[in-house]
Design a protein around this ligand. Structure first.
Ligand code: DX5
Ligand code: ZN
Length: 221
């Protein structure tokens, strides 16, 4: 079954513990945590202290999405704060050795290693790293803000990555991030992804359990 990863970017941070409980009880599989530095993306969000405080509140895996420059400087810190899956952006370095070393470091710290691509980055750019990856995060909006409209063309990358991974006997988790809501969920599921990140749809829902079922396609028919 497709896993749903609510993004706490759309949570009420004044009651973060309750917000996390709410989506956990509603059936979330993973908690997506968006870290923004105002440099890699034109917005600031949260950082290490929030991850650290949220960690004991939840049993869900923490899927930490770094939208920051020089992410390799902070890998130990995020491991220490409680990240289970740690994803950074392929666009942070033109040097494949730098990317590869960071991915290996993430795994050596006991986390799942993820690489994310912005909408303009072709799926083939990920292929040299597939052997080092536990997770690929395909952005379906420009990173930086929640509650944007999905760019549906980005969904096609999932199939291309899956095909290449299978050809090489690899099975990374494929996740999509941005603009997932009841109107885009069917197309998103049809992309063949394993995980769907959804921020505003889940945290903005009156009944998050029903929303999660809807996104999974369980409430149809
Ligand atoms: C965007 C973030 C997303 C975002 C998703 O930069 O990476 O995780 O919070 O939010 P929605 O689901 O509202 O598009
Ligand atoms: Zn994200």
């Amino acid at each position: 079954m497709i896993r749903i990863a609510p993004s706490i970017l759309s949570a009420d941070f004044a009651s973060l513990g309750n917000e996390i409980h709410r989506v956990e009880q509603a059936g979330a599989d993973v908690l997506h945590v968006d870290i923004m530095d105002g440099v890699f993306v034109p917005n600031l969000s949260i950082g290490l202290p929030v991850v650290k405080c949220a960690r004991p509140v939840s049993a869900l895996p923490f899927d930490v999405h770094l939208m920051i420059v020089e992410p390799w400087k902070y890998l130990e810190a995020f491991a220490g704060a409680g990240a289970d899956w740690l994803t950074f952006h392929l666009e942070t370095s033109p040097d494949p050795d730098v990317i590869r070393a960071a991915l290996r470091k993430i795994r050596s710290l006991g986390m799942k290693a993820g690489l994310s691509v912005k909408p303009a980055t072709p799926p083939e750019a990920l292929f040299p790293f597939l052997g080092e990856l536990d997770l690929v995060l395909v952005m379906t909006v420009e990173p930086g803000f929640g509650n944007q409209k999905m760019i549906p063309e980005c969904l096609q990358k999932v199939g291309a990555i899956r095909k290449e991974a299978e050809r090489r006997g690899l099975a990374p988790l494929l996740s999509i991030d941005g603009g997932v809501n009841p109107s885009t969920a069917q197309a998103a599921r049809a992309s063949g992804c394993d995980v769907m990140v959804a921020g505003s749809a889940v945290f903005g829902a009156e009944d998050p359990a029903q929303m999660i079922r809807l996104l999974r396609g369980e409430d149809e028919g």
